[in-house]
Ligand binder design. Sequence first.
Ligand code: NAD
Length: 350
Amino acid sequence: MMESRVLSVDGWQKVVHFIDESAGLNALIAVHDATLGPGCGGCRIYPYADFESGLRDVKNLSRGMTFKNALGGIPFGGGKAVIFADPKTDKTPEMLRAFGAAVESLEGLYYTAEDSGVTEDDLKIIRSVTNYAAGFAHNGIGGNPSPFTARGVWRGVQAAARHHYGAASLEGLRVSILGIGAVGMELARLIHEEGGKLTVADVNQAAVKEAQDRFGAEIVDKDDAVAADVDIFAPCALGGAVNSETIGRLQAKIVAGAANNQLASPELGAMLAERGVLYCPDYVINAAGVISVGLEILGTWTKQEMTTRIDKIGDTLTEIFKRAEAENRPTGAVADEMALEIIEQGKKAA
Ligand code: NAD
């Protein structure tokens, strides 16, 4: 038996707490802003220490999706869900079906997708009880977002190199990739094929060895990737790669990678700008995954449309760089402002 309670949260369109004890579900769904369309964003399963931590996370994540979807150019607002559970031990088909029922009860105000703790197979179970779930391969579309994300980051790296170094291509430029996983490895391939040079670091020695063998990458220790003598630093592992300690060691004049929350705190954006470092706001450069989900929901997903949309990430970043330069402001602040402008336009058009 599902119980639901709407929480009154200032600044959020709707936040609902769902509990289904018999199914083991304790979840929050937050829709931050639905001006541009239904809230869209993944579901995270995580053993939060307490209710407040989960609420904080779902609020931050859903707000982030509002900005990401707006600048990604898809007609969706910001939404996100969290399930209070350990995905390794607590996840059951009953729990996932109950979550699907919770999503369904919002009647299309929120579309769910993958986030940490949720796999493509889990989504199929969720999808069996709701139409408001996306992000898995079917009929040859969608599926694993990593190659799309890598392409978007590559376009972002190119746009930044063009803007900052006046470089027509990445040929001869050196990129340090921290985290040579699903996105990092594909990004390395794209840069290598364009004639770029690579420095790589990862805790996974097999991954760096593979990058060395395939792309002639130079290997450095994970703590030295940020300080490598390179043109571009691409954080593609965990968040916080740029922090109060590493910022002083950064050699690259461009930071452009796939990781979420690359800056450990927002004021680092201004510090990077002061040092003449061009930062590609993370939620803009790594948006291809959600763009794919958006096109899947809209039913307009084709390889051609996807490629066109991803390549626009480079154009959006160029616009951000130009405005940041003209107004002498950090790129992150400009990106946020541009997202808010798009939402304001959406309000006027409604
Ligand atoms: P992944 O898990 O495949 O790769 C991450 C890599 O980082 C792994 O090889 C791992 O060994 C390495 N790593 C972990 N901790 C490290 C450390 N302390 N030092 C050095 N290396 C470390 O993940 P992914 O899908 O490639 O995603 C990479 C980043 O991009 C993540 O932050 C993710 O949230 C973000 N992102 C990914 C996508 C996507 O489509 N996959 C979309 C948006 C954002």
